[in-house]
Design a protein around this ligand. Structure first.
Ligand code: NAP
Length: 281
């Protein structure tokens, strides 16, 4: 039986490139999509691929607790139906950058909810599935921008004085805190924070102002194609060499020191506990 991977953000950019490489490696993929149109486009674009692997597309939105839990249920349904409840690879890739403060139905800021809370909900909700794999891997896409972020427990969600870049960088910092805390709590489930570098995708055009979109287009013209980070992400997801490097931050397939504050276990635990409370609603 083929290995099976769950990929969030499968419909675009880095996620889509990972779906392609996993399928080419004959790994079945459960790709999460939030829009029917993009789901259909994804299905069509890979329909001629030479592979023995199957692409399942599951609908789900990661912008709130309930929506993330519904997406999780949809994923679990496919894993139970086709893979006896086993998951080999989880790639948390979906993410946003957002101009202006948007608060979701739980009262959580949208970037924080999509980029951080949903990762917590999906990963914890899939632990028992990953435990059935003989070689499980979890990847969480962070960003170089996390180095320029700080943590302020009194303004964790940036609701006071919201700023697009601050909210994004902090959400990517929380991804690294999550990876480190998870690695300690679940040492048998290797997990990695991924820095994909600057990548030519549409992320800066989707929930942003005209000005932010223009700045993104200018910046990203110097970026790589999405297949570049996907190639080293696929290695981390598959090669045996990485198993002992759980909890680390990787750039171009090589472990790098993350922001010094991410090593602070008190902060890791505090963020974990707050997140656990926030996802209860
Ligand atoms: N591009 C870069 O230079 C760069 C650098 C560092 C880190 N990253 C990180 O890489 C990850 C992927 O970003 P990208 O650059 O590939 O951007 P992208 O092309 O916009 O892809 C983002 C993916 O996330 C999905 N998504 C967004 N909100 C969602 C929601 N509420 N529910 C479910 N899915 C949702 C999008 O769905 P739709 O297709 O429907 O929009 C899309 O598939 C993000 O976590 C980002 O922070 C990117």
């Amino acid at each position: 039986m083929n290995k099976v991977a769950v990929v969030t953000g499968a419909t675009s950019g880095i996620g889509r490139a990972n779906v392609e490489l996993l399928l080419k490696d004959n790994i079945d993929v459960i790709g999460l999509a939030r829009s029917e149109k993009r789901a259909e486009e994804l299905k069509i674009s890979f329909s001629d691929l030479e592979t023995s692997a199957k692409l399942h597309i599951v609908m789900g939105d990661l912008s709130s607790n309930q929506k993330s839990k519904d997406a999780l249920k949809n994923i679990q349904y496919v894993l139970n139906k086709h893979y006896q409840g086993r998951l080999d690879i989880l790639m948390n890739i979906a993410g946003i950058v957002s101009s202006g403060l948007h608060v979701n139905e739980d009262g959580n800021e949208l970037t924080f909810a999509t980029n951080h809370l949903s990762v917590f909900i999906l990963t914890l909700g899939l632990v028992s599935y990953l435990e059935k794999s003989t070689n499980p891997r979890i990847l969480v896409v962070s960003s170089l921008s996390h180095y320029r972020a700080s943590i302020n427990f009194n303004n964790l969600q940036n609701k006071k004085c919201y700023n697009i870049l601050k909210a994004y960088k902090r959400s990517k910092l929380y991804n690294v805190f999550f990876v480190k805390a998870f690695a300690r709590k679940y040492p048998h489930l290797p997990i990695f924070a991924i820095d994909p570098g600057l990548v030519k995708t549409e992320i800066g055009l989707k929930n942003t102002s005209k000005l932010a979109g223009k700045i993104w287009l200018w910046r990203v013209s110097k970026g790589t194609d999405a297949i570049y980070p996907a190639s080293f992400m696929a290695k981390i997801a598959i090669d045996q060499d990485y198993v002992t490097q759980t909890g680390l931050y990787f750039k171009e397939g090589i472990p790098k020191k993350s922001n010094p504050i991410t090593y602070n276990e008190t902060y890791q635990e505090r963020l974990w506990d707050i997140t656990k409370e926030l996802v209860k609603s």
